[in-house]
Design a protein around this ligand. Structure first.
Ligand code: FES
Ligand SMILES: [Fe+2]
Length: 341
């Protein structure tokens, strides 16, 4: 099922599958999903610079008046908004006697330690040194040079998104016991889509992959092009072409290039947290859906964003429960020398 270039506004994007193929009768993809192709795409992703930037969470998670605490790459981080709304971040332990600053209140943009009242306005003070922080309007980022160990970049590598006037964004976070590379490897395996997620994807064909010089290849040399239909109801689907790229070592980008919502992106960011009590790594998968459409109905949907957002998050959550199981399994096999790739 090939999606058109883009649906004309006002035209119904839904298609009815005439003869739905049962799950167990679809074409197996395992011969095409060569472990080497996935491993090489992952390796290339890992060589791209992150500039030591890590996604901390959704922009909307950090509200004025309340700090957000998160351990990133083993570093305790606290983030909040100052009086101008600017994102501030730094070590999450108070430099005086170590109070957890995530539990401290913010008064007029100043974080006030609740143990003895040390006031932090976001600039260096009393031995507390801020971390560079960046809010791109959808996601909040923090730069941790010690943890990252790369050449620092002034700004994170933020993928190109639909203009904020015409987009609807939702962010979903899921945590798994694995490393970022397991999450990225899962995303660089587009062949699993219709097998592992039959409730969301059907009729999936990988039309182009890195190194593929066929006429149907992906638009640049290091991307996967996928023709797939999103399942809306039992037979009703929305066919699209999606292109997957890995712009950084912990990010995979899916861009809808043809069909309904062309221009929409799904950014998957894998943020290492630290280890659990048994020493297993924990990774947060922070996924931003930035949807765009020229349709009139979409303007209505955008106005209803606060209502729709939880549904978008729930839908992403279901996909991610299955994908996180894939990533955790990959880590379990890797860490015990049993990974077949
Ligand atoms: S522990 Fe924060 S001021 Fe004492
Ligand atoms: Fe998946």
């Amino acid at each position: 099922m090939n999606p058109g270039r883009s649906s004309a506004p006002g035209r119904c994007p839904l298609r009815l599958r005439r003869r739905p193929v049962p799950w167990d009768r679809q074409r197996p993809t395992w011969r095409d999903a060569k472990p080497r192709i996935i491993a090489e795409a992952l390796k290339r992703a890992q060589t791209r610079p992150s500039g030591n930037w890590y996604v901390l969470g959704a922009t909307r998670e950090i509200k004025p008046g309340r700090p957000l605490g998160r351990t990133v790459a083993g570093t305790e981080v606290v983030a909040w908004r100052d009086a101008t709304g600017r994102l501030r971040a730094g070590p999450g332990a108070c430099p005086h006697l170590g109070a957890p600053l995530k539990d401290s209140p913010v008064r007029c943009g100043t974080l006030i330690c609740h143990w003895h009242g040390l006031a932090l306005d976001g600039d260096a003070t009393a031995g507390w040194e801020p971390f560079p922080a960046f809010d791109d309007g959808v996601l909040a980022w923090v730069r941790l040079d010690e943890a990252g160990g790369e050449q620092p970049l002034e700004r994170p590598v933020v993928p190109e998104r639909p203009h904020h006037d015409r987009h609807l964004a939702a962010v979903c976070t899921v945590t798994g016991r694995c490393e970022p590379e397991d999450v990225i490897a899962n995303r660089l395996d587009p062949w699993h889509g219709a097998w592992l997620h039959p409730y969301s994807f059907v009729d999936l064909t990988v039309a182009g992959r890195p190194g593929d010089d066929s006429s149907d290849a992906a638009p640049d040399d290091d991307s996967f092009a996928v023709d797939v239909s999103f399942k809306v109801a039992s037979r009703a689907v929305v066919p699209v072409r999606a292109v997957f790229t890995a712009p950084g070592p912990r990010t995979v980008l899916m861009r809808i290039t043809h069909g309904e919502g062309a221009g929409s992106v799904v950014e998957t960011h894998a943020t290492p947290l630290g280890t659990d009590g048994s020493g297993r790594p924990r990774t947060a998968v922070i996924e931003a859906v930035v949807a765009s459409s020229e349709r009139r109905g979409f303007a209505v949907a955008r106005a209803a964003a606060p209502v729709l957002r939880p549904f978008m998050q729930a839908a992403a959550g279901r996909l991610w429960r299955d994908d996180i199981a894939y990533a955790e399994r990959r880590w379990a096999l890797r860490s015990t020398g049993r990974f077949p790739g």
